[in-house]
Design a protein around this ligand. Structure first.
Ligand code: PLP
Length: 281
C-alpha cells in the first residue's frame, strides 16, 4: 500500500477511509495520539511510544481497546503492508462514538483505535532551523499527548509565514517547548532542558538525548531556562521524532548558537547512530 488508514480493524488507503461523525474526536478532540518513524519495517523506540500512549490515555481515563502487546502486533502488521520501508507511523485512540455530550458516553462505549501510515520525510540535520518566539497560551495538560492542538497549529502556521520552521513557546520568561518539538540548549558544556512537568510534552527524543549525554559524561540540567538564556546559549537544539536533533541558527531574526559545534555534532551523530542501529535490517 502507498498509504494506510486503520479504524477499529478496517483498513484502506488513507483517502478512502471514512469515520463516523459521532466519533468524539470530531466534537472534542477527545483522544490521545503517538507519532513514530519506522525504517526497515521496524518502528523506532516503539516501547517508549507505547509507554507514553498508555500513560496519556490513562490520564484522560480512556481505556485503550487492546493490550499493549496486541497494539504492538497490530502496528507491526500494518507497517509490513506498506510498499516502502521508511514510514511515518501515527496512531490515536478516541473515547468512542456516541451522540454529543460533554460527559463521557454512558454505557459500554468502546474507544476507537486509529492508525495512519505514510512515507516519512528525510531529515536534514546539516541545515539549521530558524525559529520565532510566541507566548505559550496552551492549557496545563501539555504532558498529555492530546489531540487538542489548536494553539500548536496556530503557532506552527505563524512560524511558517515568518519563513521559520518552528516556534519557541514561553510562559512569561520561561521557555517551555516548541509547537511540535522540545527545545533544549547547550551552555558551557551542559545540556539544559526544561523539566517534564505539565507545561511540556515528555519528548522521547529529548529522553534519548539525555541518555546520550549521560553516556558521554556531559552534565544535564532539567531546570527551567529563560528566553535570554536561550538567546545567549552556545547552541540551541530542537528535538522530535521526525526532526531528530536539529541545531538552530536564528531566533526572531537574530543569529544564535553556533558556539559549540563539536558537542552539537556529537549529540546529532550519536542520535542518528542509535536510530540506524535500532532499525537496521
Ligand atoms: N513537544 C510537542 C508539543 C510535540 O508535539 C512533540 C512531538 O510531536 C515533541 C515535543 C517531541 O516529542 P518526541 O520527541 O517524542 O517526538
Amino acid at each position: 500500500m502507498k498509504t494506510l488508514g486503520y479504524y477499529n480493524g478496517r483498513i484502506g488507503e488513507l483517502d478512502e477511509m471514512m469515520i463516523p461523525m459521532n466519533d468524539r474526536v470530531c466534537y472534542f478532540g477527545d483522544g490521545v495520539y503517538e507519532a513514530a518513524v519506522a525504517r526497515n519495517y521496524k518502528i523506532f523506540a516503539l516501547e517508549d511510544h507505547l509507554d507514553r500512549f498508555y500513560n496519556s490515555a490513562s490520564l484522560l481515563s480512556i481505556e485503550i481497546p487492546c493490550t499493549r502487546e496486541e497494539l504492538a502486533s497490530i502496528l507491526d502488521e500494518m507497517v509490513h503492508k506498506m510498499d516502502y520501508d521508511e514510514q511515518f507511523v501515527y496512531w490515536q485512540v478516541t473515547r468512542g462514538t456516541a451522540p454529543r455530550t460533554h460527559e463521557f458516553p454512558a454505557g459500554d462505549v468502546k474507544a476507537n483505535l486509529w492508525i495512519t501510515i505514510k512515507p516519512s520525510k528525510p531529515v536534514h540535520l546539516e541545515t539549521p532551523l530558524k525559529l520565532i518566539t510566541i507566548p505559550d497560551t496552551r492549557f496545563f495538560h501539555c504532558n498529555i499527548k492530546t489531540l487538542n492542538l489548536l494553539p500548536n497549529v496556530m503557532a506552527a502556521e505563524q512560524a511558517k509565514r515568518a519563513g521559520c520552521q518552528e516556534c519557541v513557546f514561553h510562559r512569561g520568561d520561561r521557555v517551555t517547548e516548541c509547537a511540535h518539538s522540545n527545545v533544549s540548549i547547550l551552555k558551557d558544556g551542559t545540556f539544559r532542558t526544561a523539566p517534564t512537568d505539565e507545561l511540556i510534552l515528555p519528548g522521547i527524543t529529548r529522553k534519548h538525548l539525555i541518555q546520550i549525554c549521560k553516556d558521554h559524561n556531559i552534565p544535564v540540567s532539567e531546570e527551567p531556562f529563560t528566553i535570554q538564556e536561550l538567546m545567549e546559549a552556545d547552541e540551541i537544539l530542537v528535538s522530535s521524532t521526525t526532526k531528530f536533533c536539529s541545531s538552530v541558527s536564528e531566533v526572531d531574526g537574530i543569529a544564535v548558537g553556533g558556539k559549540a559545534p563539536e558537542l552539537m555534532k556529537l549529540l546529532q551523530d550519536c542520535y542518528v547512530q542509535k536510530y540506524l542501529s535500532e532499525t537496521k535490517a
